[in-house]
Design a protein around this ligand. Structure first.
Ligand SMILES: [Zn+2]
Length: 254
């Protein structure tokens, strides 16, 4: 059915406010600093609004070093601590580390089961994850395979696994009943349709990213980078600074 294209565009490109009933938000990411590069402005806004946000990190970022050491386990506690410090700045109290091996994550049934377990335990109204279909951004960044793998498993965990009783029946044996997620926000989406105003939290986003000292050093470039991205996203929503998403809606938010 044909729709008036201009009408849809005008309506969808206003900044979006999450419905007040969406109180619990689970953000699923591959690496300890992914949230601070992407969604941290929205996260800080949501926690300020009184919503409970949980971070689930699939790896603990052991490969995030250029030091030529035989093994990198020494980096795991550092990165988990930095992740916790960033999360605290953003008002996030709950972190889940699945501790998959960094750099070689695949969208396996095992990962889908683990993410289904996290969803059934934390019972989010909203899940935030990446876009598994994106292979590159612009001309200078190939999307990390861990990002794609985690995003793919996360979406499959949301549907059908988390809400279907007899997918992963072993989770029932753990006492984890099915849970239906109401909305998904896909960050870094190929076709964003939802913009969150982060004008009041952009500065905090930069501070949270600078908590990842092992990755970004002094981080003098952080504010310019994040500000540029937020301004580009904001331009599409008619506001100074935004983070953009593709929004999926599975149930009425009331
Ligand atoms: Zn990453």
């Amino acid at each position: 059915m044909a729709r008036k294209r201009g009408t849809v565009t005008a309506r969808s490109r206003r900044p979006h406010q999450l419905h007040p009933s969406l109180e619990r938000i689970l953000c699923i990411s591959a690496h300890p600093d992914d949230n601070e590069f992407t969604i941290a402005g929205s996260v800080a806004k949501w926690t300020r609004e009184g919503r409970a946000v949980v971070f689930c990190l699939v790896t603990s970022g052991a490969a995030g070093t250029n030091e030529h050491t035989p093994r990198n386990e020494g980096l795991v506690p550092v990165r988990e601590r930095e992740c916790g410090e960033a999360a605290a700045l953003l008002g996030v109290k709950d972190l889940v580390f699945l501790r998959y091996e960094d750099g070689v994550v695949e969208p396996t049934l095992g990962l889908r089961r683990d993410l289904t377990r996290v969803i059934r335990r934390s019972k989010p109204d909203v899940v935030v994850c990446g876009d598994p279909t994106v292979r590159w951004y612009g001309s200078e960044y190939l999307n990390h395979p861990d990002h794609r793998a985690v995003a793919s498993a996360a979406l499959d965990a949301v549907f059908p696994s988390a809400e279907t009783r007899y997918v992963f029946p072993e989770l029932l044996a753990e006492g984890l009943e099915p849970h239906k997620v109401k909305e998904v926000l896909i960050v870094g989406a190929a076709s964003p349709d939802t913009w969150i105003d982060i004008g009041d939290t952009l500065e905090l986003k930069g501070a949270a990213l600078r908590a990842h000292v092992s990755q970004i050093g002094s981080g003098t470039w952080v504010d310019a980078l994040l500000g540029g991205w937020a301004a580009a996203a904001g331009k599409r929503a008619g506001i100074p600074y935004a983070e953009s998403y593709k929004r999926m809606i599975f149930g009425r938010a009331d």
